[in-house]
Design a protein. Structure first.
Length: 206
């Protein structure tokens, strides 16, 4: 296949890009400020998840309580219109470190896009006892797998755990990221508005 005829697939993070952070919303609902910590703050995902599970266990909180919060979360203003426009230009997939048990209501509000994410392990009472990653370094692995099938990738994210897929892709962007991440990655284009991000994708996919 000629390099110029390759299809480019948009690879999108979910939380912080298209929808608010689930754990921050749950922190506000439960008045547990320690649950505000996200992958914007802690680059070690396994450490972060065990920290969260310990807090949930101490406070007797599980899947049912988190799901009730998620049902009330709406995408960021303009997020669905951005995603709709992007999907009219070509293929787009959400690559997230969230979980299948969380994603359903959010995907419905976004028009049921394709999402690759992970799975929580819970006991019969709904208490979260562990989690299962779809694959090792799932975001990076997915981007590389798409490239191995002859696709170009254009990835966007906001957190530490997005940097691998952004840098591995043929194109990569940060969106509404933190000052610390932006400063540490000055070579990655950063956007704060959906129309700016869509224009960047039009230059690649349009």
């Amino acid at each position: 296949m000629n390099e110029n005829t390759k299809m480019t697939i948009a690879c999108l993070d979910l939380e912080g890009v298209l929808v608010p952070e689930i754990w921050i919303a749950f922190s506000e609902k439960t008045n547990l400020p320690e649950l505000r910590l996200t992958t914007r703050d802690e680059p070690d995902y396994d450490k972060l998840m065990h920290y969260r599970m310990d807090i949930l266990k101490r406070n007797g909180l599980g899947l049912n309580e988190i799901r009730r919060t998620i049902e009330k979360i709406d995408p960021y203003p303009g997020a669905k219109a951005f995603l709709d426009a992007l999907r009219r230009m070509g293929q787009a997939v959400i690559i997230s470190d969230t979980f299948t048990q969380f994603a359903g209501p959010l995907m419905e509000k976004l028009g049921l896009p394709t999402i690759f994410c992970n799975t929580l392990i819970a006991d019969e009472s709904g208490m979260i006892t562990g989690y299962r990653m779809r694959c090792e370094k799932s975001k990076l692995t997915t981007v590389r797998a798409l490239q191995s099938m002859g696709f170009d990738t254009a990835a966007v994210g906001d957190s530490y755990n997005d940097l691998d897929m952004i840098r591995a892709g043929n194109h990569g962007f940060l969106f509404r990221s933190t000052d610390a991440i932006i400063a540490a990655n000055p070579d990655i284009k950063h956007f704060t508005q959906f129309d700016e991000l869509l224009d960047a994708y039009k230059g690649i996919m349009g």
